[in-house]
Design a protein. Structure first.
Ligand SMILES: C[S@@+](CC[C@H](N)C(=O)[O-])C[C@H]1O[C@@H](n2cnc3c(N)ncnc32)[C@H](O)[C@@H]1O
Length: 215
């Protein structure tokens, strides 16, 4: 039987990248630009549940004009991405260890310009829709954090989660745009960056759903 590889020295490895990531995000609520060394007019883009971090690294490199903050509740999943961002010295990419359930404690009103939710856990089998990151209580919190005219970009492989999310977005007063149930064969494919999960689902032939919800 193959042995599970464990990640060693997580605290020491995290410590080496301490300028790159924040373990106590509530300390920077309302102060993220200054905390990361950016001017007050720089847009903040926030990814929630960034996983292994391919998407955030490519987005930050593609958009040097924004401060990109990638949030993940399991820091060990993101460790390699944090180390890569540190080695490559990607200047506008920072990571926070945090849980979306506490998000109102991390970001102040109108602090964030754009939010990315990529392949969020569907909670379908367990039938716990209130845990979905697109449940209306989460959307209401994101709305407070976001500037007027801000948007959430949402991608998923899961039809149930997608249909559920469209209703939740509309019920929370978001306007839907760029809606597709087959992103990789749509007009938006060229600008799309695939996440790790997205590639896995695409390899299985599962169409990717995407929508941009503006407030
Ligand atoms: C299915 S994975 C998708 C990872 C990545 N976005 C991708 O597309 O490859 C979902 C990720 O969201 C994280 N996550 C789930 N619930 C979260 C929450 N409440 N707050 C922060 N991260 C969360 C999980 O730890 C996991 O890394």
């Amino acid at each position: 039987m193959a042995r599970m590889r464990t990640k060693r020295n997580i605290p020491a490895r995290m410590d080496r990248c301490h300028e790159r990531w924040f373990d106590a995000p509530l300390l920077n609520k309302g102060n993220w630009r200054t905390a990361c060394g950016f001017a007050e007019d720089v847009p903040i883009w926030l990814e929630i549940g960034c996983g292994k971090g391919k998407f955030c690294a490519e987005m930050a490199l593609r958009h040097p004009e924004v401060l990109y903050i990638a949030m993940e509740r399991d820091a060990s999943v993101t460790l390699a991405a944090i180390e890569k961002a540190h080695e490559l010295e990607i200047p506008n990419l920072f990571f926070i260890r945090g849980d979306a359930n506490m998000i109102e404690n991390y970001f102040a009103e109108n602090e964030v310009d754009r939010i990315f939710l990529n392949f969020s856990d569907p909670w379908t089998r367990q039938n716990k829709p209130k845990r979905r990151l697109t449940y209306r209580d989460f959307l209401a919190k994101y709305k407070v954090m976001m500037k007027q005219g801000g948007a959430i970009e949402f991608k998923t492989d899961n039809d149930d989660l997608f249909d559920f999310s469209l209703v939740e977005f509309e019920e929370t007063g978001f306007t839907l745009d760029q809606l597709t149930r087959d992103l990789h064969n749509s007009e938006w494919n060229d600008m799309n960056i695939r996440t790790e999960f997205e590639q896995k689902f695409a390899d299985q032939g599962i169409p990717i759903k995407r929508v941009v919800a503006s407030c």
